[in-house]
Design a protein. Structure first.
Ligand SMILES: [Zn+2]
Length: 413
């Protein structure tokens, strides 16, 4: 247990916050500190082909120890943390044998992690929990994933009696700003499929995510002295308001769950002469996703018929549901599910209401479901992770590698 705790703590103490306003990769200079440390550490535990490229992507190989040909599989996590909350000076607290009661993170500011509010905590009674001191995020998203992958590799290196094919691992920058996959060299990685270790609670296994698009609607109005505006003024705000009112009222994030999609317009700015709103479209179903885009086009078309050519519509696809790419190779999900069942972990298979790097990678030719890394309450001061969940995630990695080799053994017989 101490090994993975120490490893995890050595990562979270390094500030690796990414920055959406930067155009470099990694987006922040400080991410290099952890990237270089990981490069060194992988060499030190005995990994092969350890590389750190110009964009901060760390890759390494655990070579096969069998003669047979087994597909190369991969494990991926990101080492940056969210720009939503500070990661400077992370001072983790370790609570052993958690008693199931309130955890006071910060007595001075009365910041309390309470199971009455965060009821997931209750299931971890008796376990060892790592929290923040209430002033930063923790960075379990996704340094837990990094620690689990490194620990699993170390375990396999130290236990060569476990027979396995070649395994590739990768650690990426900038996942939190949506760019983790952007400069990922899928060809160099060379795996047939991979898993991101970037989920939340123990048991999570995900291979469905949203189809996603961003929408910007801008209106050019006509500003005229309001006292003499009759028949002349076109108020851009009113037209934008009408656009928003024509969208289905129940299809908003606050009214939807599971596989229900939505429209979400999250920002609006403007005055009489020009106004702009930005929003997103999300839907797991590709047909419904396309229908949502068509509905917006139709509403804008109708408004244009009424008010003239003063509305500009931009719709940009962001990512797609990985299910399309994973279903043809469904055994990669089955193997992960079997690995959990073999370890007495109940698989929680549900669609992600968001996207992952895995969805982008899946469309880049690397099918990539997501497995739990164990943490909770990401991107804020209430983030925590039970050490037992990190250990279990490490076990799942080892088991997936074992079962992959068995799966191809049996196929050959
Ligand atoms: Zn993450």
């Amino acid at each position: 247990m101490q090994n993975i705790i120490d490893r995890f703590l050595s990562y979270v103490e390094i500030d690796t916050q990414s920055d959406p306003h930067s155009t470099t990769t990694p987006s922040t200079e400080k991410q290099w500190v952890l990237a270089k440390k990981l490069e060194q550490e992988l060499k030190q535990i005995g990994m092969s082909d350890v590389t750190l490229d110009d964009n901060g992507y760390v890759m390494a190989t655990l070579p096969s120890n069998v003669e047979r040909i087994i597909p190369v599989i991969g494990f991926i996590s990101h080492y940056d943390t969210s720009p939503d909350f500070t990661a400077t000076g992370v001072k983790p607290k370790i609570i052993t044998n958690y008693d199931g009661k309130d955890i006071v993170l910060n007595p001075e500011e009365n910041i309390v992690l309470s199971p009455n509010y965060f009821d997931d905590l209750k299931q971890y009674k008796g376990q060892t929990i790592i929290t923040t001191d209430g002033t930063t995020l923790l960075g379990a998203d996704d340094k837990a994933g990094v620690a689990e992958i490194v620990t699993a590799m170390e375990y396999l290196i130290n236990n060569p009696h476990i027979r396995h094919g070649a395994v590739r691992i990768a650690f990426t920058p900038d996942e939190e700003i949506g760019r983790g996959a952007h400069k990922f060299d899928v060809k160099k990685f060379g795996a047939q499929w991979a898993y991101t270790m970037d989920g939340s609670q123990i048991g999570e296994l995900e291979y469905e995510n949203f189809n996603a698009a961003e929408v910007v609607v801008s209106v050019k109005g006509k500003s005229v002295h309001p006292g003499y505006a009759k028949g002349k003024m076109i108020n851009a705000i009113n037209i934008l308001n009408e656009f928003l009112s024509l969208l289905p009222k129940k299809e908003r994030p606050q009214y939807t769950a599971h596989r229900e999609g939505f429209f979400h317009f999250h920002s609006i700015e403007g005055n009489v002469s020009q106004a702009k709103t930005t929003g997103i479209i999300r839907d797991h179903d590709r047909v419904k996703f396309d229908a949502r885009k068509e509905l917006i086009e139709q509403i804008v078309g109708d408004l244009t018929d009424r008010f003239g050519n003063i509305i500009t519509l931009e719709i940009q696809d962001q990512y797609y549901n990985m299910k399309e790419k994973v279903e043809p190779v469904m055994h990669i999900v089955d193997i992960a599910e079997q690995a959990m069942l073999a370890l007495d972990i109940e698989p929680i298979i549900k669609p992600i209401r968001g996207g992952t790097d895995g969805s982008q990678l899946s469309y880049m030719g690397l099918p990539c479901p997501n497995i739990f890394a164990g943490g909770h309450n990401f991107h804020g001061p209430y983030e925590y992770i039970p050490v037992e969940s990190m250990e279990r995630a490490t076990d799942v990695i080892v088991k997936v590698i074992e079962l992959t080799s068995k799966y191809y053994d049996e196929k050959e017989d």
